[in-house]
Design a binder for this molecule. Structure first.
Ligand SMILES: *[C@@H]1O[C@H](CO)[C@@H](O)[C@H](O)[C@H]1NC(C)=O
Ligand SMILES: *[C@@H]1O[C@H](CO)[C@@H](O)[C@H](O)[C@H]1NC(C)=O
Ligand SMILES: *[C@@H]1O[C@H](CO)[C@@H](O)[C@H](O)[C@H]1NC(C)=O
Ligand SMILES: *[C@@H]1O[C@H](CO)[C@@H](O)[C@H](O)[C@H]1NC(C)=O
Ligand SMILES: *[C@@H]1O[C@H](CO)[C@@H](O)[C@H](O)[C@H]1NC(C)=O
Ligand SMILES: *[C@@H]1O[C@H](CO)[C@@H](O)[C@H](O)[C@H]1NC(C)=O
Ligand SMILES: *[C@@H]1O[C@H](CO)[C@@H](O)[C@H](O)[C@H]1NC(C)=O
Ligand SMILES: *[C@@H]1O[C@H](CO)[C@@H](O)[C@H](O)[C@H]1NC(C)=O
Ligand SMILES: *[C@@H]1O[C@H](CO)[C@@H](O)[C@H](O)[C@H]1NC(C)=O
Ligand SMILES: *[C@@H]1O[C@H](CO)[C@@H](O)[C@H](O)[C@H]1NC(C)=O
Ligand SMILES: *[C@@H]1O[C@H](CO)[C@@H](O)[C@H](O)[C@H]1NC(C)=O
Ligand SMILES: *[C@@H]1O[C@H](CO)[C@@H](O)[C@H](O)[C@H]1NC(C)=O
Length: 839
């Protein structure tokens, strides 16, 4: 693995000594897949399809996918999952060798940080007839939207369901056993406790907890606060009676004290570091019940608010009622994309809806739960915006995958197709970040600013919203002028410390690129990644240019159009690799390039000691990527990139070689658009072939079915676009046309009240495999939108299609050679007159 992010404080794998760890065979029950397959098979006959039945929450819980399969509502702040030992950043991981630590209400999904994110307030049911030991082996992990269950080897079953900020936990004990529980005060997954308190009110049957912890990905000197409220008496209806209760503390070196009857703990941070102080509550129920239901509320404001959240969101509802409510919320989201299930390969249906599910799992809606600078905001508030980073993908490869700046690529563009209301709330929250902190948030995790890896990619996210919904922005609660001010601040104003937001724009503006080894008199940040930061800053500038164009600000359009060409300033025409000439490289202030091997930090790099991430000794010039991979990055100006690379034929050969030589990393965001790059060279059938190969080589319906970290559904949304035969150009309204994996789908836009149905003529299920058979129709022959043929078969515009609603017809053919051109324009590029106006 060797590419862990540099954290200023070492983290310790602290949990192995916890005495109450229990064995569990952590893998999904075969019943999960049986249920999904049956639901897909039955869909043809259903009058109203239950899309939640197609979701497999366990996809991405192995192979470092870091997906949280826990119970959550759409954008839920609460995500109830078990926490396992070992590397399990989302709490759960499919790995039969791990032990279980407990069930807890706060998690993130698809963020592979150090040791994880959240995991605070764990509860663990115990059998204690003669200690905390484990018994027979048995497996049965279940999850569906809104529901999570895991059964331990000792036969205690844990189930959870949730609302936005609360949930119910149900524990079923073996008949005749006495239910014991231990509730943890201090631990979160990264073991970052910075002090907190816990109180038991035995009469009310209520335990309140609150404390401070460090973020999973950001300065560990920053702390966030979190609170929980556990109601133990099943709403006081008399079925559950508390028996013993008290507090405990322990460590690995002999401290193991249980204090019966004690109801208050208040512990400060352990300044000497090392193994943190373990402590919490221990309680039991009178043994007249095998099933214990516990209501849990969480808050980022106070323990009282955590209790109030449980009261208002769960109240007296039963476990089944909360499951049903959550399922209804999921159905409302998932039916925004409908497909022809009976005529779609079942794996495609399962991948599509599981991906769509994950695309609504984050960011976490913490509206009403603000702290710090956001304490009194009246704007919507979302936690875990992240930069969508991770630390490892394939530990056998020398380069780990990109952490940052991917949600602008596919995540928000997908949201723009169906859910502008949700998108608008998140965009308003981004703008509010600028209002409260001075810059757009870049990598918010655990309510705190996290490390920036690329540029200020929030610019591209808000620009995508502005470009696609400026007509409705005011109605959706977004002020486009403020949006522009926010993005422009990122482009013009250097924060004194640019590790957590903003950009090092002073030197970038001065030199036209971010120079390596530059004297910067006024700002601080990790002085690495100069080539990739330049490429990212240039695309950020394109985002600002797009909004300037929208606002008819011609002077700014000129400035930022010019600046968006800065990617050219790190183009070293003399570097050669594998017979190809011209690569991006970092550059000294005097203009001299630092000529490094473009394969460094690629999956083919055999040097395992090379730093490729945020480490101070990352000498490569790129963040978690090779120059081979990053040199394809100029999504707004690919036409010129093609010229730099030596023309269309060479460009096509170069993409081919990129894949054949193994420089492509399916799980790494800079690689996302390369498989569709052939469109720009007027060779669309090659994109179709490549996308089939990428999908079937890297994605499937198993827990290991993602090529590494989901990056908060960046992978999920890339897969959805691939399956729908589309690819978005971020910060524009352009969509590339590829070949759908389903014969018919409809996207409902819940705000515009439009529905757009894509019908694929000559669809051949046999084409839905890694290599398209010679005689299977899969290549786009022509496209009509509401009866009118499109001007190109390589691209169309959101304003003419999914915004408008209606019928899109795509005719496929097996005659590949006859249709291997755009029959019209290639997708747009700035330098060839593209993106000249906004819609
Ligand atoms: C669908 O309905 C048809 C006709 O009633 C029946 O033959 C078939 O078995 C049903 N299929 C499923 C999967 O229920
Ligand atoms: C815990 O103790 C600190 C002082 O050590 C005090 O400031 C804080 O208010 C106490 N918290 C609770 C919840 O008792
Ligand atoms: C008490 O509450 C629990 C959990 O909600 C429920 O299962 C049980 O049926 C309730 N009992 C009565 C008597 O209402
Ligand atoms: C929020 O409001 C409270 C009460 O008026 C005030 O004490 C606090 O300073 C405010 N916080 C922020 C970040 O504005
Ligand atoms: C977030 O929660 C608030 C408060 O419940 C709600 O009004 C808003 O619609 C939610 N946003 C999303 C995107 O779910
Ligand atoms: C920009 O100019 C166009 C064309 O003149 C006009 O339709 C549009 O309303 C203007 N937009 C703004 C924000 O002024
Ligand atoms: C951008 O502006 C600079 C300074 O005015 C100019 O020298 C340069 O040629 C411009 N670049 C492009 C690509 O237009
Ligand atoms: C530019 O600066 C670098 C680093 O100081 C130096 O090695 C190189 O020789 C310089 N190039 C020129 C042309 O002066
Ligand atoms: C591996 O990379 C490191 C850092 O770039 C470098 O110092 C070292 O010489 C390289 N090792 C080999 C064998 O190339
Ligand atoms: C569906 O996915 C499973 C699991 O990856 C795989 O074994 C099976 O071959 C796939 N089926 C098809 C038809 O692709
Ligand atoms: C969409 O339909 C809803 C419900 O009928 C209506 O309130 C809303 O105004 C419509 N939205 C638009 C943009 O027409
Ligand atoms: C699309 O191609 C099909 C098959 O060749 C043809 O029948 C149809 O007329 C074409 N449609 C348009 C709009 O060109």
């Amino acid at each position: 693995m060797g590419r862990f992010l540099p954290l200023s404080t070492p983290l310790y794998l602290v949990l192995s000594y916890l005495s109450y760890l229990a064995s569990v065979n952590a893998q999904p029950s075969p019943e999960v897949q049986r249920r999904i397959s049956a639901a897909i098979a039955a869909a043809g006959n259903a009058t109203e399809i239950d899309y939640t039945g197609f979701v497999n929450p366990f996809i991405g819980t192995d192979n470092f996918g870091d997906v949280c399969p826990g119970a959550s509502v759409p954008f839920g702040m609460a995500k109830f999952s078990t926490d396992l030992t070992g590397y399990a950043p989302a709490g759960y991981v499919t790995d039969p060798t791990q032990k279980i630590r407990g069930l807890s209400p706060l998690h993130d999904s698809g963020t592979g940080s150090s040791l994880g994110s959240y995991g605070n307030f764990e509860i663990m049911p115990l059998l204690c007839p003669d200690g905390f030991q484990t018994c027979t082996t048995r497996l049965a992990d279940h999850a569906s939207p809104g529901y999570f269950a895991q059964t331990m080897d000792n036969e205690i079953k844990m189930e959870a369901t949730s609302t936005r900020r609360a949930g119910l936990e149900r524990f079923t004990f073996p008949a005749g056993s006495k239910p014991y529980f231990v509730l943890d005060l201090a631990n979160d997954l990264p073991a970052s406790f910075a002090g907190g308190a816990m109180d038991i009110d035995p009469q009310a049957g209520r335990i309140t907890i609150g404390g401070s912890w460090s973020p999973s990905f950001g300065p560990t000197s920053f702390h966030y606060q979190a609170f929980a409220c556990y109601d133990l008496l099943s709403n006081g209806n008399g079925t559950q009676k508390l028996d013993e209760f008290g507090m405990w503390t322990g460590d690995a070196y002999g401290l193991d004290q249980k204090a019966l009857g004690v109801t208050h703990l208040n512990l400060s941070v352990n300044l000497i570091g090392g193994t943190p102080y373990e402590s919490g509550a221990l309680f039991s129920f009178e043994d007249n019940t095998d099933t214990v239901v516990i209501r849990v509320g969480v808050s980022f404001v106070s323990a009282d608010q955590a209790c109030a959240n449980a009261e208002s969101e769960v109240g007296d509802a039963t476990f089944e009622e909360i499951v049903a409510r959550s399922k209804a919320l999921w159905q409302d989201k998932l039916r925004r994309i409908e497909i022809d299930v009976p005529n779609t390969p079942p794996n495609v249906t399962e991948m599509l809806y599981s991906s769509l599910y994950r695309s609504f799992l984050t960011p976490n809606n913490a509206t009403g739960e603000m702290q710090g600078a956001f304490a009194n905001t009246t704007s919507p508030y979302f936690d875990s915006l992240y930069c969508s980073w991770d630390t490892v993908s394939d530990p056998s490869s020398t380069a780990s995958k990109m952490l940052t700046s991917n949600k602008f690529r596919t995540f928000y563009p997908l949201m723009a197709l169906h859910s502008p209301t949700d998108f608008a709330e998140i965009v308003e929250n981004y703008i509010d970040g600028w209002r409260k902190t001075g810059w757009l948030p870049e990598c918010r995790s655990n309510n705190l600013p996290g490390w920036t890896q690329g540029g200020s990619n929030g610019d591209n996210i808000v620009a995508h919203f502005a470009i696609t919904y400026h007509n409705e922005a005011a109605q959706l609660g977004v002020d486009i002028n403020e949006l522009y001010s926010a993005a422009k601040t990122d482009a013009e104003l250097n924060p004194p410390e640019w590790n957590i937001h903003g950009r090092q724009v002073n030197v970038y503006k001065q030199y036209g690129y971010v120079p390596f080894a530059v004297f910067d008199p006024s700002s601080t940040g990790r002085q690495t990644r100069e080539a990739s930061r330049t490429l990212e800053y240039a695309f950020n500038d394109f985002a600002v240019r797009q909004v300037a164009l929208l606002l008819n600000n011609t002077a700014d359009v000129e400035t930022y159009t010019n600046r968006s060409f800065s990617y050219r300033n790190v183009w070293d025409p003399n570097v050669r690799s594998d017979g190809f000439k011209g690569f991006a490289e970092k550059r000294f202030p005097n203009g001299t390039f630092v000529e490094l091997d473009p394969t460094d930090c690629s999956p083919q790099d055999t040097n395992t000691s090379r730093a490729c991430s945020l480490q101070a000794n990352n000498e490569n010039g790129f963040f978690e990527s090779s120059s081979w991979e990053y040199s394809f990055f100029a999504p707004h100006d690919t036409a010129h990139l093609i010229e730099l690379m030596g023309g269309k034929d060479t460009f096509v050969k170069r993409i081919d070689h990129f894949f054949e030589a193994g420089y492509f990393q399916a799980g790494n965001e800079p690689s996302f658009q390369t498989s569709v790059g052939y469109q720009y060279a007027n060779r669309p059938t090659k994109s179709v072939d490549r996308v089939r190969d990428v999908v079937f080589t890297n994605f499937d319906i198993t827990p290991a079915g993602l090529p590494g970290n989901d990056d908060q559904a960046a992978m999920a949304t890339l897969l959805i676009f691939h399956l729908l035969g589309l690819y978005p150009v971020p910060s524009t309204s352009q969509l590339l046309i590829l070949s759908p994996f389903t014969p018919k789908y409809t996207i409902h836009n819940t705000f515009l009240n439009t529905s757009t149905t894509v019908t694929v003529h000559n669809f051949d299920q046999r084409s839905v495999q890694q290599t398209i058979p010679r005689n299977a129709a899969a290549y786009v022959q022509n496209v009509t939108v509401n009866g009118v043929p499109t001007a190109s078969r390589c691209h169309f515009d959101f304003y003419d299609t999914f915004r408008l609603g209606g019928e899109i017809e795509i005719t496929l053919t097996s005659e590949k050679d006859e249709v291997d051109d755009c029959a019209g324009s290639v997708p747009e590029s700035l330098s060839t007159g593209g993106f000249a106006s906004v819609r």
